[in-house]
Design a binder for this molecule. Structure first.
Ligand code: AMP
Ligand code: MG
Length: 452
């Protein structure tokens, strides 16, 4: 199925497609990005953070049999009489992993350990510490202590045989790994790992190891992107720094497209004299250059490199080092790799990644899990803000003495000030329509924990 073009999508918007709201961009990307379908089977130790390619159907009941939730004594609960103590003779013992097949008559019980299967006909367990032993092989439990069925874990109460244990699109968390393992499944089908190539652009950008020079700055975006992408569990392809030169930019885009499902560039995405993405990208495929009403991170380029264009370009010697694997690999996105051109300013690049690119990559990975909800916290300082754009301010969220969440900003909010990002544990999200924030007002926050 051919996905909609960016032009078609933007034309359907009830506004100027070049000046979008953050929520409109999110909605456009959700329509534009089509999930990968290729899958692979991986062992449980390789499955963390991967996305389920199909439903996991439970081949058995978990637990497989009724069993005891406590160390104690198992008996038939119909012997419990309200307001009367019950004395039972202990006729045997069953440990976890063993089964008791002998008879247990009325007035009798079995000593049982946590997790041991309940013998047939026994449905109630009295915890050891709630019993009294007047003779060596008898126990007594006080009146009104238990109800029939207490401390019994039912067969299949966690997962029922034939039921869907986990749905396609789920992101495999530590709990999910344990759940799949509890079904006895040694492997699981996950969407194949995404390959994401990235490079920085700019004549002024120095790679690590290069000597400092006047007018130049060291590259930080490749390192933050490396970290952000690695946390997302994708395979990263680092393509270095590309100067502000159309031919080299084109060569880098084609090289990236030959290897990756998605390409992320930083810098050169606006309309400045040295911003060449705008002229280089459109001939290679479907492209849009948006100005988004957000801060930080106004410019964002989005595109899809046309697979047929790559084959032609990759014949040139400039691309000789990269195998033309893209066209030959049937598991890559059928319509060509996606491109995200982020702004160059380091905080703007990170925020744009978090707000737009990360959800888009998760969608490409086939993930259907809803993003973590924004939290609400009391803002402990006044914030300046004009209605008409969404703002993401770097914040430190903590728990106030009364137990409520509170948040403050972490220093200067310039879009290049990475230190305030380092000091933050989340972003304060100020909605499009919102104006200035007074001390004590509630604001929304996006916590980094679990995200970056
Ligand atoms: P640009 O978006 O290319 O106009 O860049 C905006 C600002 O971000 C400029 O001050 C650049 O020097 C800076 N910048 C761009 N790319 C990087 C990078 N990879 N690392 C650090 N700063 C960058
Ligand atoms: Mg630049």
């Amino acid at each position: 199925m051919t996905p909609p073009s960016l032009a078609d999508l933007a034309a359907a918007l009830p506004c100027d497609p070049l000046h979008l709201r953050a929520d409109q961009v999110t909605a456009l990307l959700a329509q534009f990005v089509q999930p990968l379908t290729a899958s692979e089977d991986v062992g449980m130790f390789e499955a963390l953070g991967r996305v389920l390619a199909c439903d996991v159907v439970s081949p058995l009941n978990v637990p497989p049999h009724d069993n005891s939730a406590m160390d104690g004594y198992a008996f038939a609960g119909n012997q419990l009489v309200a307001s009367a103590p019950l004395t039972l003779r202990v006729v045997g013992k069953v440990l976890a992993g063993a089964t008791w097949t002998g008879p247990v008559a009325t007035g009798e019980c079995i000593k049982i350990m946590t997790g041991a299967a309940l013998p047939a006909g026994l449905d109630t367990v009295v915890p050891q510490e709630l019993t009294r032993s007047d003779t060596k092989d008898h126990i007594t439990l006080a009146a009104n202590l238990l109800r029939c069925g207490d401390n019994r874990r039912r067969q299949g109460e966690d997962l029922v045989q034939g039921g869907v244990a986990l749905q396609q699109g789920a992101l495999l968390t530590p709990a999910a790994l344990g759940l799949i393992a509890s079904l006895g499944l040694p492997t699981v089908a996950v969407v194949r790992r995404l390959r994401v190539a990235y490079f920085s652009t700019g004549n002024e950008i120095l790679s690590l190891g290069e000597p400092p020079r006047a007018g130049a700055v060291y590259d930080s975006n490749r390192y933050t992107l490396f970290g952000l992408l690695t946390r997302l569990g994708v395979q990263v392809i680092d393509l270095g720094v590309v100067p502000d030169a159309p031919a080299q930019l084109e060569a880098a885009l084609v090289q990236a497209a030959n290897q990756a499902d998605a390409i992320i560039t930083s810098g050169g995405a606006s309309a400045g004299e040295a911003d060449h993405l705008r002229s280089t990208l459109p001939p290679l495929g479907d492209a849009a250059f948006w100005r988004i009403n957000i801060r930080p991170g106004r410019p964002l380029a989005v595109g899809r490199i046309d697979a047929s264009k790559i084959t032609v370009k990759s014949g040139s010697s400039a691309y000789a080092s990269s195998a033309n694997s893209y066209k030959n690999n049937s598991s890559t996105p059928p319509n060509g790799p996606l491109l995200f051109g982020l702004p160059g300013n380091p905080v703007a690049a990170m925020v744009s990644f978090l707000v737009f690119v990360r959800p888009a990559l998760l969608r490409l990975m086939g993930c259907t899990q809803a993003p973590p909800p924004l939290l609400r916290a009391v803002c402990t300082e006044a914030l300046r803000k004009n209605p008409g754009r969404t703002e993401y301010q770097r914040g430190w969220v903590s728990t106030a003495s009364d137990g409520t969440l509170q948040v403050r900003t972490t220093g200067p909010q310039g879009s290049g000030v990475l230190s305030s990002m380092v000091q933050a544990n989340g972003l304060i999200v100020l909605a499009h329509e919102q104006g200035a924030v007074a001390v004590g007002e509630m604001v929304s926050v996006m916590l980094f924990d679990g995200v970056i």
